[in-house]
Write a protein that binds this ligand. Structure first.
Ligand SMILES: [Ca+2]
Ligand SMILES: [Ca+2]
Length: 101
């Protein structure tokens, strides 16, 4: 194996192991390697730019937009939903609430 192991690409490898005794006798065993995943991929938004029309009289903490991001790593959220809440003062802090879908 010269390639880097990556469970996101191939989570299981099946190999055969052979043991010989020098006298011509041998045994064979199948080996199954199951890779555990590590968090090595960034989550990715479905789009790079989101545009949304916002009424200027929007009240605080109302749902403005729901966007999703996916993550290739197993065990991470496959699909993450992030709600962007209205901003009490434009340009100040941004409020994100994320949760698993
Ligand atoms: Ca990840
Ligand atoms: Ca991974």
């Amino acid at each position: 194996m010269n390639r880097r192991l990556d469970s996101d690409v191939r989570p299981v490898y099946r190999l055969s192991g052979v043991a010989t005794d020098g006298g011509g006798l041998e045994c064979v065993a199948d080996v199954e390697l199951m890779l555990t995943d590590v968090n090595d991929n960034n989550p990715v938004f479905d789009d790079s730019v989101y545009r949304h029309v916002l009424p200027e009289d929007s009240v605080n903490n109302t749902l403005l937009l729901r966007v999703t991001a996916t993550d290739k790593d197993a065990g991470m959220s496959v699909c993450r939903v992030i709600d962007l809440l209205s901003l009490p003062t434009f340009g100040k802090s941004r409020h994100f609430r994320s949760h698993d879908s």
